[in-house]
Design a protein around this ligand. Structure first.
Ligand code: ADP
Ligand code: UDP
Length: 252
C-alpha cells in the first residue's frame, strides 16, 4: 500500500505527532510520530532517538490487538518507520482516563498512597484543552461543553474505555507489564448521513499509559521522564521488545 500513499500538506503539529493530509484521500490523514517527549503540559521537554518509531510500532500492535477484540480504531496502515495512516475523524474534545491502580495526580489529590489497587476500574473525563490544562470534568460539565451530544454517548465512551481496559490488561499482562492507568481519545467517523460511529483514535503508548514491570514493580513509561528516573529510551525499547516478541506473530 505504501507505494500509493503520498504525504500532502501539514495540517497540525502537536507535542508528539505531526498530522498531514494524504494526496487523493481526503478521508485519511497521515500521523507522523515525533521523537519529542513532553510532560506537565509541555513545560518539560525532551526527546530521544527512535522514540517516534517505538511509539508508532507500539500503537500499531495495540490497535491490531484491540481490533481482534472487537474494538474499532482509526488505524488504516503503518507507513515507513514512524508513520501511520488513519481515518480522519472529528475528534471529541475529551481525554478518557481509566485507572486500575491509584497513581500520579489522583493518588496525590486524595492523599492515598501511590500503588493502591482499586476495587473496580475508575473512568474519568478531562476536557481536552491545552490552554486550560485539560481540566477534570463531570458528566454534566461534559454535556455543557458539548464534548458529546447525549448522556448515552458519554455512557458509550465509558463502556468502550472499560472494554479497552480489559483488552489492555491482557495485552500488556502477556508482556509481564502491569497496566496502572491510561488515557485514550475518541473521534467520530465522518458521515454524510447523520452521526458517524465513535471509534478509538490517537495513540496508546508508554506516553499515555503507566506500565509497571510485573516482577520488579519498576516503572516502564513516561514517568521515567517526568520524574527524572533515567533509562527512558531503554524502558520504551524494553516495552516494545516484549510486546513484539509476544504479539507480533499473533496479530494481523
Ligand atoms: P497534542 O495535540 O496533545 O499535542 P499530539 O502531538 O499527539 O498531541 O497530536 C495529535 C493530535 O491529533 C491530537 O490533537 C489528537 O487529538 C489528534 N488526532 C488523533 N487521531 C486523529 C484522527 N484520527 N483524526 C483527527 N485528529 C486526530
Ligand atoms: N495522561 C496522558 N495525557 C495527559 C494526561 C494523562 O496521556 O494529558 C495519562 C498518563 O500518562 C497516565 C494517565 O493518563 O497514564 C493518568 O494520568 P494522571 O491523571 O494521573 O496524570 P498525572 O498528572 O499524574 O500525570
Amino acid at each position: 500500500m505504501s507505494a500509493d500513499i503520498r504525504r500532502g500538506e501539514m495540517l497540525y503539529e502537536g507535542k508528539a505527532k505531526r498530522l498531514f493530509g494524504v494526496e487523493g484521500h481526503p478521508e485519511w490523514i497521515l500521523q507522523e510520530f515525533k521523537d519529542s517527549l513532553t510532560a506537565f503540559n509541555a513545560q518539560k521537554k525532551g526527546s530521544f532517538e527512535n522514540k517516534g518509531r517505538l511509539n508508532r510500532d507500539i500503537t500499531s500492535l495495540v490497535f491490531r490487538f484491540l481490533a481482534s477484540k472487537g474494538v474499532p480504531s482509526h488505524r488504516v496502515a503503518d507507513l515507513g518507520t514512524n508513520e501511520m495512516v488513519t481515518e480522519k475523524l472529528e475528534m471529541l474534545k475529551v481525554e478518557v482516563v481509566v485507572r486500575n491502580v491509584l497513581a500520579g495526580s489522583t493518588a496525590k489529590k486524595f492523599g492515598i498512597e501511590e500503588g493502591t489497587p482499586l476495587e473496580k476500574p475508575l473512568t474519568e473525563f478531562y476536557y481536552k484543552d491545552d490552554a486550560l490544562q485539560d481540566p477534570f470534568i463531570s458528566d454534566e460539565q461534559a454535556l455543557m461543553l458539548k464534548v458529546c451530544k447525549t448522556q448515552a454517548e458519554l455512557d458509550q465512551l465509558k463502556t468502550l474505555a472499560l472494554k479497552v481496559n480489559e483488552g489492555l490488561v491482557e495485552f500488556f499482562g502477556a508482556a509481564d507489564l502491569r497496566l496502572i492507568d491510561f488515557k485514550i481519545e475518541f473521534g467520530r467517523r465522518l458521515s454524510s448521513s447523520g452521526l458517524g460511529q465513535i471509534v478509538l483514535a490517537d495513540e496508546i503508548t508508554p506516553d499515555s499509559c503507566r506500565l509497571w514491570d510485573k516482577k520488579t514493580g519498576e516503572r516502564m513509561d513516561k514517568d521515567r521522564f517526568r520524574r527524572d528516573l533515567g533509562n527512558v529510551k531503554e524502558s520504551y525499547e524494553e516495552v516494545f521488545g516484549r510486546l513484539r516478541d509476544h504479539w507480533s506473530k499473533k496479530l494481523v
